[in-house]
Design a protein around this ligand. Structure first.
Ligand SMILES: Nc1ncnc2c1ncn2[C@@H]1O[C@H](COP(=O)(O)OP(=O)(O)OP(=O)(O)O)[C@@H](O)[C@H]1O
Length: 435
C-alpha cells in the first residue's frame, strides 16, 4: 500500500496542503480511494466514522479543479447543515492556498439566503456544499446559478440522503445535473439496496469498503448501564460528574429533552449546552461553536448532530436515549474516537424495549459490551440535588413558554387594534389572512 500522498498521485501543492493540516500519511480509505478517483472512476466509499472520508473525496476533486478551474465545478450534498459547513471548511483548508472558493448552501432565514445569493452571483465559487432543499431553492431562484457544467457530484452520508426524507429533492437534483459527471457516494453505513443506488446513476463504480458493513472503531470503548427510568437522570449526572472536565456529547430522542437536560445540568453547575433541529440556525451554530471552543464541555443533542460532525476533542458519547437502530448508534458513537484517538461510549438502558434495541445493536455489530459496575446507592445520593435541579428547569421552561404565549397574545391584540382602526371589512380580511 502507498505510504505517502505523493505515492497515490496527489500533486505537490495538495501534498503540501495535507502537511499543513498535519496529515502526514493517507488514511486507509484515502489510500484506497484516491488512485481510483484520479483515474476518473465513480466511487462508493464505505469506511468507519472519523476515518478521513472527507479528504478521500476532497483531494481528487481539488486536484481536478487545479488542472481546469471552473465555477460550480463540484457539488457536495449533506443531510445536515452543520456537516455541510464542516465539509466546506475542509475544502477551504485544503484549497484556499491556491484560491479555491467554496460556498455553503444551507437554510437559515432570509439573511442567509441573501448572503448566499450574492456569493453565488458575484463570487462564482468552485465548490458548492449544501443540503438538498437549499440547493434546490437556489437552483430555482438564483439567477445565473446552474449546475449544467458540474463535473463532480458527491453524496456524503449517502445512505441518509437516499432515504425517503430526501428522495424527492435528490431526484430533482439528479434531473438537473449533467449525466457526464463523476459521482461519489460516501458513508460509514451504506445502503445495499441496489434500487436506491441505481437512482444515482453511477457508472461502473468502484466499491471500496474499508470496514465491515456495521462496525465501530477499535479505539472506542463501549459500555452500557441498566437502571430504572426514574433514576436515569441521576446516572447521567453521576457519569458526567465522575468524568468532569472531559468533553461529552449526550444524545436524546427529542429536541424538548435536549433543552430540559441542558438546563438541569446547568442548574447543577455543569457546563452544558443543547442543540436540536428545533432551534433556529444561528442558535444551532452558536451552541456548536461554544462546544467546539470548549466554553461548554457537554453538548446535549438529537440525531441532528449524529452524522459527520468532526469535533476531535469529544472524549465521550452518552446515549441518554437508545438510538432506534444500529446505523444511528454507529454514527452517534462515531463522534468520539476519531482519527485514531481513544473514546468512550455509554448507553443508558432503562426498560425492556430499550434493552431489546440495544441487544439488536450488539448483534449487528457482533460485539458484547460490558455493563458499568456503578453502585446504585452511591448514584442515588445525588437524587435530592438532581430533583431540585429538575424542578428549577421545569419552572424556567414554563416561565419562558408563558412569556412567549403572552408575546403572541400581545401581537394578536396589536393586530386587533389595527383591525378596529382600519374598519371591520379590512379587519375581516386580515383575520382571514392570519388563519
Ligand atoms: N490522512 C490523515 N491524517 C491525519 N488526520 C486525518 C487524515 N485525513 C483526515 N484526517 C482527520 O481525521 C478527522 C476525521 O475525518 P473526517 O471527518 O473526514 O471523517 P469521516 O470518515 O468523514 O467521519 P464520519 O463518518 O463521522 O463522517 C478529521 O479531523 C480530519 O482532519
Amino acid at each position: 500500500m502507498a505510504e505517502t500522498f505523493k505515492d497515490l498521485g496527489v500533486c505537490d501543492q495538495l501534498v503540501e496542503a495535507c502537511e499543513n493540516l498535519g496529515w502526514k500519511n493517507p488514511s486507509k480509505i484515502q489510500a484506497e480511494v484516491i488512485p481510483h478517483a484520479l483515474h476518473g472512476k465513480d466511487l462508493i466509499g464505505l469506511a468507519e466514522t472519523g476515518s478521513g472520508k472527507t479528504g478521500a473525496f476532497a483531494l481528487p476533486i481539488l486536484q481536478a479543479l487545479l488542472e481546469s478551474r471552473q465555477a460550480f465545478f463540484a457539488c457536495v450534498l449533506s443531510p445536515t447543515r452543520e456537516l455541510a459547513i464542516q465539509i466546506a471548511d475542509q475544502f477551504e483548508a485544503l484549497g484556499s492556498g491556491f484560491g479555491i472558493k467554496s460556498i455553503v448552501l444551507v437554510g437559515g432565514g432570509e439573511a442567509a439566503i441573501m448572503d448566499q445569493y450574492i456569493k453565488l452571483a458575484r463570487w462564482r465559487p468552485h465548490i458548492v456544499v449544501g443540503t438538498p432543499g437549499q440547493l434546490l431553492y437556489h437552483l430555482s431562484n438564483t439567477k445565473g446559478f446552474s449546475l449544467r457544467t458540474l463535473k463532480y457530484l458527491v453524496l456524503d452520508e449517502a445512505d441518509s440522503l437516499l432515504n425517503d426524507e430526501f428522495e424527492k429533492s435528490i431526484d430533482e437534483i439528479l434531473k438537473i445535473v449533467p449525466r457526464e459527471r463523476r459521482t461519489y457516494l460516501f458513508s460509514a453505513t451504506m445502503t445495499r439496496k441496489v434500487k436506491k443506488l441505481r437512482r444515482v446513476c453511477l457508472r461502473n463504480p468502484v466499491k471500496i469498503e474499508v470496514a465491515d458493513k456495521y462496525s465501530t472503531v477499535d479505539t472506542l470503548e463501549q459500555h452500557f448501564c441498566f437502571m430504572p427510568i426514574m433514576c436515569k437522570d441521576c446516572y447521567l449526572v453521576y457519569i458526567l460528574e465522575k468524568k468532569c472536565g472531559i468533553s461529552s456529547m449526550v444524545f436524546t430522542r427529542t429536541g424538548n429533552a435536549t433543552r430540559f437536560i441542558a438546563l438541569m445540568l446547568r442548574n447543577l453547575g455543569l457546563r452544558a449546552i443543547s442543540i436540536s433541529g428545533k432551534m433556529a440556525q444561528p442558535k444551532r451554530l452558536e451552541a456548536l461553536n461554544q462546544f467546539k471552543a470548549g466554553e461548554c464541555n457537554i453538548l446535549i443533542c438529537t440525531n441532528v448532530a449524529s452524522r459527520g460532525l468532526d469535533i476531535p476533542s469529544v472524549d465521550m458519547v452518552i446515549n441518554y436515549d437508545i438510538p432506534s437502530n444500529p446505523k444511528d448508534y454507529i454514527h452517534r458513537v462515531g463522534r468520539t474516537a476519531r482519527a485514531g484517538r481513544p473514546g468512550v461510549a455509554i448507553s443508558l438502558v432503562t426498560d425492556e424495549n430499550e434493552l431489546r434495541t440495544f441487544l439488536e445493536i450488539e448483534n449487528r455489530l457482533g460485539m458484547k459490551f460490558p455493563e458499568l459496575p456503578f453502585k446504585k446507592e452511591k448514584v442515588l445520593l445525588l437524587k435530592e440535588r438532581v430533583d431540585e435541579a429538575k424542578k428549577i428547569s421545569r419552572r424556567t421552561i414554563k416561565e419562558s413558554e408563558d412569556k412567549s404565549k403572552n408575546r403572541e397574545r400581545d401581537d394578536v391584540e396589536d393586530e386587533d387594534d389595527m383591525d378596529e382602526f382600519l374598519g371591520v371589512e379590512n379587519g375581516k380580511s386580515k383575520k382571514k389572512m392570519r388563519k
